[in-house]
Design a protein around this ligand. Structure first.
Ligand SMILES: [Zn+2]
Length: 234
């Protein structure tokens, strides 16, 4: 008996460092729709498959972006983002501005599409948003912007120096930030220089470390100190 034609889904393979058409071995799909309050909820689809080249097991998660007969003619699904192996990083701190997390998730999508230049632009955007969040608290991404912004927003280069001057990052994170800034500049301007996936992957690690240090670890340390102080007063 002939094998039934196997379905495939497009996902990034971390071993091949390329988008591959993984052979699908299973898929769970929950379509979205309208709830009782009339609000649209988009669905999610998770596919399990195998890389046709290196035989790695791959799991991709895809968000619904269009719902048939509501906001689209057909159900539409975004490209799958790999969630296994090496799932996207999840940060714990609730202080991380949406602009930062959105930029990171765009960057990860770009990396998985081998769009390294676009990924670097997004990593730079994330770092710039961190600078503005910490250095312009009234105009942070989470706050409602004032009707007329009176001041020029902080740019990446000066923001990084200010983070260092205020002791919010140490020398090493400052050096990494400088590298990110340099790559962001290469990426943002129309030159013929390319950026390798390896470099873009390293820059991702640096951005993650900076976010972890500034938000997650700082929150954790503050909680730790509070706990110790409470114990003392008992
Ligand atoms: Zn592969």
């Amino acid at each position: 008996m002939a094998d039934p034609v196997r379905k495939t889904f497009i996902v990034d393979c971390p071993v091949c460092k390329a988008k591959v058409a993984a052979n699908e071995h299973g898929c769970v799909r929950r379509s979205g729709g309208m709830d009782n309050e009339g609000e649209l909820h988009y669905g999610i689809s998770v596919s399990l498959g195998v890389c046709p080249k290196c035989r790695s097991i791959l799991v991709g998660e895809s968000q619904q972006i269009g719902i048939e007969s509501f906001d689209s003619e057909f159900d539409e699904w975004a490209d799958a983002i790999r969630v296994y192996p090496e799932p996207p990083k999840i940060f714990a701190s609730e202080r991380i501005p949406k602009l930062v997390s959105d930029s990171i998730s765009e960057a990860v999508k770009s990396l998985q599409a081998n769009a390294n230049v676009a990924a670097c632009v997004m990593f730079g955007r994330a770092l710039e948003a961190i600078c503005r969040d910490l250095l312009e608290p009234a105009q942070s991404a989470n706050a409602v912007p004032p009707p007329a912004a009176p001041k020029r927003p902080i740019m990446l280069g000066e923001g990084i120096s200010m983070l260092k001057d205020k002791g919010l990052i140490d020398q090493r994170l400052f050096d990494w930030s400088q590298q990110l800034h340099a790559f962001r500049n290469i990426a943002a301007h129309p030159t013929d220089r390319t950026i390798s996936r390896e470099d873009a992957d390293d820059l991702r690690s640096f951005v993650y470390a900076i976010i972890e240090y500034i938000y997650d670890l700082t929150d954790r340390y503050n909680e730790f100190k509070e706990r110790l102080a409470k114990k003392k007063t008992k």
